[in-house]
Write a protein that binds this ligand. Structure first.
Ligand code: FEO
Length: 413
């Protein structure tokens, strides 16, 4: 058990945990590099508050860290910014150790607390944007920021230290390094920001991206000036906070790049043989082609690549007369995350029965993609004429996405 605590500001401690055992976060998202669950202890001269908690698997470690700083029985407030189980499963045990704690949460979070854990503790219910508590020299204000990424979510602001505890908003996959949580202390912090946070946004938050923009606007409108951004997963940002907010905002709008994502499922590599020609076509149009392997790459990586791409080309082999299952799963995720409505191309290969590309076209059309040109379906390995068709498809998809998109009401770059 790791018991180190980290100080992020005077009398503000990280008492969270690093998870290196879960393989799929939410049962969906690859976390082979781990993930942290951040929980913070704010110690005032009169009262102590704990902000968010952890999953049950880590409750002993969490408690041991809290005990390094204070006696849990002294906790006056337990603030639950979000009810998802990665932050709340330890709450029943925690409340046994902190019997006088009032749970601070939104009305919907309270109904979830009852449903999930059959608990009805003392509460302070957050209504509107002005609920505050005084800890003695430190005050916490609670601001509902709904649908980030559940309806009950809120953020907590510590005025004296200018810290925003934003829960999942601005979070990141990838466990924290040893003895570090502040961006200034993390050597590869750009990897967190550009890759792990992007994947987290794509996988967990992206369906509700309009609410990211609403939350950022709300913080401004309320005049919350924060110098420290402390989410519930990944690094705490100080110098990099504006960069993180700006990136999350751009993924939420989105701001498109001259980029085409080529997402391919392949059983034996035959469908992949068309990819090089597709890439060539995209590059001829002056774009960047990002190739994603729907079998080997983490799904959040592919979704993350698509955030700022106005076009998508999907490849599938035929599998038992229809779509290859990893491709079908990817299309379902696109629907769930609302990453649709882009210019698209479809291609694939088959051995003894057509069917995969036909189903792919049906699904892309149903999802609101604008298909360009004729779908390309090859029996066995592609011939030179097939490669030429693939090159033309790559070029046409990119051309239309980059230059004609605006005129047709599609994403303009
Ligand atoms: Fe980190 Fe939505 O829980």
């Amino acid at each position: 058990m790791v018991t180190e605590t980290l100080k992020i500001a005077p009398s503000v401690y990280w008492v969270g945990v690093n998870d290196t055992v879960t393989r799929l976060f939410e049962g969906l998202w690859d976390v082979s590099e781990g993930v942290s669950y951040n929980s913070y202890l704010v110690v005032g001269s009169k009262n102590i508050a704990l902000i968010d908690s952890v999953g049950s698997r880590f409750e002993e470690e969490h408690l041991a860290k809290i005990e390094q700083v204070i006696d849990p029985a002294e906790i006056e407030y337990l603030i639950l910014n979000h009810m998802e189980q990665d932050h709340t499963e330890a709450v029943p045990k925690l409340l046994q150790k902190a019997p006088k704690a009032k749970v601070v949460l939104t009305p919907m979070a309270f109904s979830m607390l009852k449903a999930f854990y059959h608990l009805e503790p003392q509460t302070l219910i957050v209504r509107g944007d002005s609920t505050q508590i005084d800890l003695g020299g430190k005050s916490l204000r609670f601001v509902p920021t709904p649908f980030l990424h559940w309806p009950e979510t809120m953020s907590t602001y510590l005025a004296e230290e200018k810290i925003l505890f934003s829960c999942d908003l601005f979070g990141s996959f990838k466990r924290l390094p040893e003895k570090a949580i502040l961006d200034a202390d993390i050597q590869d912090v750009e990897r967190y920001i550009q890759e792990a946070s992007r994947e987290y946004f794509a996988g967990v938050i992206s369906r509700y991206r309009e609410y990211v923009l609403k939350a950022v606007e709300k913080f401004k409108a309320l005049g919350l000036e924060f110098e420290v951004l402390a989410p519930s997963h990944g690094p705490v940002y100080t110098a990099h906070r504006e960069e993180v907010i700006s990136l999350w905002s751009s993924w939420s709008r989105p701001d498109y790049a001259r980029k085409v994502v080529i997402a391919v499922g392949s059983m034996y590599g035959t469908t992949f043989k068309l990819v090089e020609a597709l890439v060539e076509g995209v590059e001829e149009a002056g774009g960047e082609a990002v190739v994603c392997n729907l079998v080997e790459d983490a799904p959040a990586k592919t979704l993350g690549a698509l955030l700022d791409a106005p076009a998508l080309i999907v490849g599938t082999p035929t599998y038992e007369h229809g779509l290859f299952p990893p491709v079908a799963h990817f299309l379902r995720l696109l629907e769930s995350k609302k990453l649709t409505g882009r210019v698209a191309g479809a291609f694939g290969s088959f051995g003894w029965s057509r069917g995969g590309v036909k189903k792919l076209v049906e699904r892309l059309n149903a999802l609101g993609f604008r298909l360009v040109g004729n779908p390309l379906e090859v029996r066995g390995s592609p011939l030179s004429e097939d490669l030429e068709k693939a090159r033309v498809m790559g070029r046409r998809v990119a051309d239309i996405a980059f230059y004609e998109g605006g005129k047709h009401g599609f994403p303009k770059v």
